[in-house]
Design a binder for this molecule. Structure first.
Ligand code: ACO
Length: 428
């Protein structure tokens, strides 16, 4: 392939270099377009064809259903690694040695205490508040209790900020759930693993001994790995663009949490469960909901189906479907919701509407079923996703700051009124 792209605008032609990625992806570098063409820009709502950065963190091929973190396949990592190893890999680029992993975990534990005044902020929220709203607010509020900006030229300061948020976010996640459930806040124990401690902080009752169920722990670990990064999705792009203004790490993460909340993104896991519940209440009438999803006059979408990038299958969904079966089996739970989900998937996979549009189950189609089996309330599902995505957001923020990327500032094509003379209120 030539290494130049040519663009003809009227009489004028312009040449732009092509950039090739390590997996042979190609981009046209249009950095000089606006200046050389005297004002022409590109427009691409939803950034369907626009690369915002070069990144060496995650590779995904939506046509082939490939997802790799730093070169390692998601299948291998989900089967063989622990979440904290994957977090280290994503953030620092290599799998940790045993010593590095132990040190990373120790540093995280040493930074897990949240200023007790944060409890006052939690107390001020009504019980009806959505956990994602609370989590986003608390993450932003952490800035008030910690230095507001990180000197990114200091690896040491950067590392400290990273272990701080890796330590404190699970505490906030657990506290958010306990607040909504009216349970006293709990710190767990430093003697426990990362995910075990999270479970203890979430589930331990004040009046009984709590033992971590290893099946639930392994499944949660796997879910976190599967959610840990997904290159330039909506919330990650948000973290990078907010961070590009040199806003602090916690503020950037807080905005990522808000972006993830939406039902077209991470909020889909809650929406899927609510949809499956509605179908169950409706006598399991999957056909009715399939028809609604296909009806262009109905805004209903089959939640957990379709993906901006995966147009074949979502490799995470394959792993999660298996895990859902396994967890429910191991826990001895028979959930009619799982049967409805499987029936819906079968119908969609054989329906021309879904086949033609390449709509397949995504990561969120089965994750809610596992969370539910673990006893996690439905409004907490997206919060769990946020905790899993934390290392990815951190890795992307770090890459963006170390790469000294310029502030993110898209342009627009103005289609509003041209100049108008101001009219006094009496003349309008
Ligand atoms: N149900 C019914 N129809 C759908 C669905 C769906 N879930 N998803 C897409 N379509 C249809 C659209 O109506 C459109 O049809 P048309 O060509 O006749 O107009 C076509 O498929 C393409 O859809 P777009 O919205 O243009 O695709 P896009 O890539 O912009 O959207 C998205 C991807 C947002 C994920 C979409 O598929 C969707 O809304 N899915 C349901 C929500 C969901 O599960 N989100 C989680 C995604 S995974 C994640 O963020 C972690």
């Amino acid at each position: 392939m030539a290494d130049l792209a040519k663009l003809q605008i009227g009489e004028n032609s312009y040449e732009f270099p092509l950039i090739k990625g390590s997996e042979n992806e190609v981009a046209i570098d249009i950095k000089t377009l606006r200046v050389t063409s005297k004002g022409v820009i590109t427009i691409d709502p939803g950034y369907k064809n626009t690369g915002a950065c070069k990144s060496s963190i995650t590779f995904l091929d939506g046509e082939k259903g490939i997802l790799r973190y730093r070169g390692y396949s998601i299948e291998d990592l989900a089967e063989k690694a622990q979440f904290l190893e994957v977090a280290f890999l994503l953030i620092f680029g290599e799998l940790p040695t045993k010593d590095q992993l132990t040190q990373f975990h120790e540093d995280i534990k040493d930074n897990a205490i949240v200023d007790d005044d944060v409890r006052k902020i939690i107390d001020a929220f009504p019980k009806s508040a959505h956990p994602m709203g609370i989590l986003s607010s608390l993450t932003s509020a952490l800035t008030a209790f910690n230095p507001s900006s990180v000197n990114v030229d200091s690896e040491e300061e950067m590392y400290k900020a990273i272990v701080k948020i890796m330590g404190k976010l699970p505490v906030l996640v657990a506290w958010v759930m306990r607040k909504v459930q009216g349970l006293p806040l709990n710190y767990g124990s430093k003697s426990l693993g990362y995910v075990e401690n999270l479970m203890t902080m979430m589930f331990a009752k004040p009046n009984e001994e709590y033992t971590v169920n290893s099946i639930v722990k392994d499944a949660l670990d796997k879910l976190f790995i599967l959610h840990a990064d997904h290159e330039q999705n909506c919330s990650t792009s948000t973290v990078r663009i907010v961070g590009s203004s040199h806003a602090g790490l916690f503020a950037s993460l807080s905005s990522g949490i808000s972006a993830l909340w939406g039902p077209l993104h991470g909020g889909a896991n809650q929406a899927v469960l609510e949809m499956l519940e509605a179908i169950k209440e409706d006598d399991g009438d999957t056909k009715k909901y399939m028809a609604k999803a296909k009806d262009k006059n109905d805004s209903f979408r089959l939640m957990g189906f379709g993906h901006r990038v995966y147009k074949n299958f979502d490799p995470r969904a394959k792993i999660i479907k298996l895990a859902a079966d396994q967890v429910l089996n191991d826990l001895g739970i028979s959930d009619p919701i799982l049967d409805i989900a499987k029936a819906l998937e079968q119908e969609a996979l054989n329906d021309p509407y879904f086949v033609e549009r390449k709509l397949y189950p995504n990561v969120d189609f089965y994750s809610g079923i596992i969370y539910r089996a673990m006893g996690i309330p439905v409004e907490m599902f997206t919060v769990m996703f946020a905790l899993g995505r934390l290392p990815g957001w951190i890795a992307q923020w770090r890459e963006m700051r170390l790469g000294k990327e310029p502030i993110g500032r898209p342009r627009q094509i103005y289609v509003g009124q041209t100049y108008r003379k101001f009219k006094n209120i009496s003349q309008r």
